[in-house]
Design a protein around this ligand. Structure first.
Ligand code: AMP
Ligand code: MG
Length: 406
């Protein structure tokens, strides 16, 4: 087991030791936000046939070389028409948007540039026709055999349109890893309970469940344990059915911090404990029968930040996402932040535009128990381990939190 390693080394260990993505099939209407596990290669062309881009008249362009030409109207082609008549030379056919272009036609003149003589079934065009004008050729959007969507994409509404257009009623997606949330602590009571002396409410359980959901995981269940071996063991045994376990509290050096010992009794291979970071120094990570287990320090800000730094990228990797690591934006510190050399600091920060720059500053008083600063933050300011100080004007990477609806 490694100990007191750097943040990049710790995150690398996590990402290298995870199980790969597993394939699931989902209904198209449940695919939003899921991760495509295979590329989608078009079996059909989109559009499947040449069709009209306008409500108007299908013509041969050579029949309407100039404005003022009058052609006899030979019929009508509605959208969905399967047996459109061919267009005879020197005639026109009324055509609707999306209707198949009839054989013989090579252009459409919109209804706005046509004068219809209903009585004698003829049309005068106020504009010349050009070949291909207002015609949507087959395959213009997607050609058969094209890769329409790349593997690893998180499916957005427009992707569902592409999948529908290509006939995917079922979609090959990555299995959403199930994740157990285990909270520990004699002092914790549920949010619905009154505070007895010495108690605080369990803030991490709902927060971690929400983080799991926004990271593409599925919460398997929440298990709470008192700081007693048998109770911790009971909770962890129930939790281990999931694909991943996220345990909060009990991983530090206090007399009641027994989570690591109990996990090791259960057969966990501990890969690291303690990282040169603030907050979240006591972070532990290991594998229990190849399933990743995170031991997050219990302070809510530490738990939240360790989730963002390690668990969210881990879920992205297990989902086969293309984007595994968070995107970092260049930003400029607007106010100094107290920095301890030798620790990577994650500071909940607010961000705003200042001229052409992104300015950032601590979102409030810092402390791993000050959850209100975290709630005010737009993201995390990263202050690298080697920095001895963080003065105003310093260029820093900023990691924006994902939207709650992501
Ligand atoms: P621990 O990591 O168990 O030593 O806990 C560190 C601090 O975080 C203590 O002050 C705990 O009371 C607090 N804490 C632990 N778990 C939670 C939780 N689920 N919700 C809120 N605070 C917690
Ligand atoms: Mg505790």
């Amino acid at each position: 087991m490694k100990t007191f390693i750097s943040f990049p080394e710790a995150r690398d260990i996590v990402l290298k030791r995870l199980p790969g993505p597993r394939e699931d099939q989902t209904d198209l209407d449940k695919a939003l936000g899921q991760t495509l596990i295979r590329p989608i290669v078009a079996k059909d062309a989109i559009p499947p046939f040449d069709n009209s881009a306008m409500d108007g008249f299908a013509v041969r362009a050579q029949d309407v070389p100039a404005a003022g030409v009058r052609l006899p109207l030979a019929g009508e082609i509605p959208a969905g028409c399967a047996d459109a008549p061919a267009l005879a030379a020197g005639a026109c056919l009324r055509i609707m948007t999306g209707a198949p272009l009839p054989k013989g036609a090579d252009a459409v003149l919109p209804v706005e540039v046509a004068e219809i003589h209903a009585a004698n079934q003829a049309v005068t065009f106020l504009q010349a026709a050009t070949p291909g004008k207002h015609v949507r050729p087959a395959g213009q959007d997607i050609r058969r055999g094209d890769t329409a969507l790349e593997a690893g994409k998180t499916l957005a509404p427009a992707d569902l349109a592409v999948l529908a257009a290509l006939g995917y009623a079922r979609v090959p997606v990555a299995h959403a890893p199930s994740v157990s949330v285990v909270t520990t602590g004699n002092e914790l009571v549920a949010p619905s309970e009154p505070l007895r002396p010495g108690a605080i409410r369990n803030a991490n359980a709902p927060m971690l469940a929400a983080q799991i959901a926004t990271a593409g995981g599925r919460v398997h269940g929440h298990f709470h344990a008192r700081d007693a071996r048998t109770d911790v063991r009971r909770a962890l045994e129930a939790a281990r059915e999931a694909d991943m376990m996220v345990v909060s509290g009990g991983v530090s050096v206090g007399a009641y911090d027994i989570v690591k010992e109990v996990l090791e009794e259960m057969g966990l291979a501990m890969l690291f404990w303690r990282v040169r970071q603030r907050p979240g120094k006591p972070l532990a990570f290991g594998l229990l029968e190849d399933k990743p287990v995170f031991g997050l320090p219990g302070n809510p800000v530490s738990s939240a930040i360790c989730f963002e730094a390690y668990v969210r990228p881990a879920l992205a990797r297990m989902l086969g996402r293309r984007q595994v690591l968070p995107r970092l934006e260049p930003a400029v510190l607007d106010k100094p932040i107290a920095k301890k050399e030798g620790l990577h600091q994650f500071v909940p920060g607010r961000a705003w535009r200042k001229g052409s720059l992104c300015a950032v500053a601590a979102a409030g008083p810092q402390g791993s128990h000050i959850v209100s600063s975290l709630a005010r933050a737009d993201g995390l300011i990263h202050l690298e381990e080697s920095l001895g100080e963080a003065p105003a004007g310093l260029s820093v990477p900023f990691e924006r939190f994902v939207s709650p609806r992501a």
